[in-house]
Design a protein around this ligand. Structure first.
Ligand code: DX5
Ligand code: ZN
Length: 226
């Protein structure tokens, strides 16, 4: 069943000179989770942050950390990120030949297990483990950078996953990441997503509280209009 609408601002778009203050502003502004984008310069072209920064994010906010690992061999770093305070750890199917083992490793370390699909990866890759995970993340851009355009052709994949989650009675959140803003969130919500990552749409806005409220409102309006 669809969960409540959650907004997870991605700190990739935040001002890292003022990270503590940025986190405070999204927390009082109504954010539900903090999305932490980890990139290794191999699986994706960009390099971002590691467990050291994740730990300092943890100490600066009460919001749960949703850690998105865009790294090769993610199993090598799961424990480090859980120790740093991750509530959820997401791994890409494209990096996990032994996905069932890796999601067990995440849960065994004490975090929620999330499986992430690149735009070119089909929903079927996650179907066999839907009963073993807490979240699926459908990438709606190619991972690596913030500020990209939402890929509309991902909507049928979100619909398929919503159907499989509901039909199977799985307690699995359905998250989307990339190009989410007031213009796109409604379509993703109607397709079945209930967790929305937003970098530019929150940290690029003058008022984070208003930006988060606008996202929630746009999702609700689209769902109500169905
Ligand atoms: C992309 C990251 C996203 C990114 C989203 O590789 O996984 O989380 O920060 O940024 P926006 O919301 O600007 O598309
Ligand atoms: Zn992300």
């Amino acid at each position: 069943m669809r969960g409540k609408t959650r907004i997870a601002p991605s700190i990739l778009a935040a001002d890292f000179n003022e990270l503590g203050e940025e986190l405070r502003k999204i927390e009082v502004g109504g954010a539900d989770w903090v999305h932490v984008d980890v990139m290794d310069g191999h699986f994706v072209p960009n390099i971002t942050i590691g467990p050291v920064i994740a730990k300092s994010v943890r100490s600066a906010t009460k919001l749960p950390l949703d850690v998105h690992l865009m790294i090769e061999q993610p199993e090598r770093y799961i424990k480090d990120f859980v120790d740093a305070g991750a509530a959820t750890v997401g791994v890409h199917v494209e990096t996990c030949p032994h996905l069932h083992r890796t999601v067990q490793q995440i849960r065994g370390a004490g975090a929620r297990a999330c499986v992430v699909l690149n735009p070119s990866s089909p929903a079927a890759l996650v179907e066999p483990v839907l009963g073993d995970i807490d979240q699926v993340l459908v990438m709606t851009v190619n991972p690596g950078f913030g500020g990209q355009k939402f890929i509309e052709s991902m909507l049928p994949k979100i619909e398929t996953l919503r159907r499989w989650i509901d039909d199977g009675g799985h307690d699995v959140a359905l998250e989307v990441d990339g190009g989410i803003g007031p213009e796109t969130i409604g379509r993703a919500a109607v397709a079945g997503a209930d967790v929305f990552v937003a970098g530019t749409a929150v940290f690029g806005a003058p008022d984070y509280r208003e930006a988060i409220a606008a996202l929630k409102r746009a999702a609700k309006d689209a769902l109500d209009a169905r």
